[in-house]
Design a binder for this molecule. Structure first.
Ligand code: GLN
Length: 233
C-alpha cells in the first residue's frame, strides 16, 4: 500500500516491528522523511506494508515474542518474497544466516548471508560511539555518527553481500538484495540519511511507477545526548 506524499510521489508504508526495543525512534526518523509508518504487533498489522524495520532491542526476547505473537512465519514469508527490510542491532541478528553466542532456541531468518556474534564487541567496547565513513549516503557529510550498544559483530560476510560501512575493518552496515542491516543504531543519531538510503532502495519499485527519490537532507541535526536516547539492552 502506498499513500501520496505532499509531492505527489508514492510514499511507502513502512511497518516497524514494535514488540520490544527502539522502534519509536525509527518511526521518528521515517516521519522526518515523510514516510508513513505502522507499528507491527500482530500478523494483521503486516497487511499492505511496503517495507519493514526490525529495531534494536534484545534479540532473544524478540525471537520469543515473534513466535508468541504469530508474526514469525508471516514475516519470514514476506522476507522470502523480497519485502525490503532494515534490521538494526538486534534486528540484524534476527535477519542473519548464522548467530554465534546465541541461545539454542533463538531463531533467525537467514535473510542476509552473514555470521554475527551477539555482544561481539566485548565488555570494554560494550557501548561506544564513533564516526563511520559511509558509502552510498544520499547527501550530506560523508560520515555518520554510529551508536553501538552491545552490538553484534560481523564475523563472516557471504558472497553477494555488499559492505556499505566498516569500523576498524569490521563490516557494520551491509546489504543483500532487499535486506539492509546495521550493527549500530542509526535511529538514535538524529540523522535520517540512512533511513532515506533504505527508502531509496525500493521507492522506485512501488506502485505509481516514477522513482520517488527521497532526499536525505543535509545530514545530522542536533545530536542527542546519551540521556535522551532510549537505551536498548
Ligand atoms: N545485545 C543485543 C542482542 O543480542 C542487541 C543489542 C541492541 O539491539 N542494541 O540481542
Amino acid at each position: 500500500m502506498t499513500t501520496a506524499s505532499a509531492a505527489g510521489a508514492p510514499a511507502p508504508l513502512v511497518g516497524v516491528l514494535a514488540l520490544q526495543g527502539a522502534f519509536a525512534s525509527h518511526q521518528e526518523r521515517l516521519a522526518q522523511l515523510g514516510a508513513p509508518t505502522r507499528q507491527v504487533r500482530t500478523p494483521a498489522d503486516l497487511a499492505g506494508v511496503d517495507a519493514l524495520v526490525m529495531p534494536g532491542g534484545e534479540s532473544t526476547t524478540m525471537s520469543k515474542l515473534l513466535v508468541t505473537s504469530g508474526l514469525y512465519d508471516p514475516i519470514g514469508e514476506l522476507v522470502t518474497d523480497g519485502l525490503p527490510v532494515l534490521g538494526t542491532c538486534a534486528g540484524m541478528i534476527l535477519l542473519a544466516t548464522e548467530v554465534l553466542d546465541s541461545r539454542p532456541d533463538q531463531l533467525s531468518y537467514g535473510a542476509i548471508d552473514i555470521t554475527v556474534r551477539r555482544n561481539g564487541y566485548g565488555r570494554q567496547l560494550d557501548s561506544f560511539e564513533t564516526e563511520l565513513v559511509m558509502r552510498d549516503l544520499p547527501v550530506g557529510s560523508a560520515t555518520f555518527h554510529g551508536v553501538f550498544i552491545r552490538a553484534p559483530k560481523v564475523e563472516r560476510v557471504g558472497q553477494g553481500v555488499e559492505v556499505l560501512a566498516e569500523h576498524d575493518g569490521v563490516p557494520v552496515l551491509l546489504r543483500q538484495r532487499a535486506v539492509t542491516v546495521a550493527a549500530f543504531h542509526p535511529e538514535l543519531s538524529n540523522d535520517h540519511r540512512l533511513h532515506a538510503q533504505f527508502l531509496n532502495t525500493f521507492a522506485s519499485t512501488l506502485d505509481g511507477g516514477e522513482a520517488a527519490t527521497v532526499q536525505g537532507g543535509s545530514g545530522p541535526s542536533e545530536p542527542q545526548t546519551g540521556s535522551e536516547r532510549t537505551r536498548s539492552s
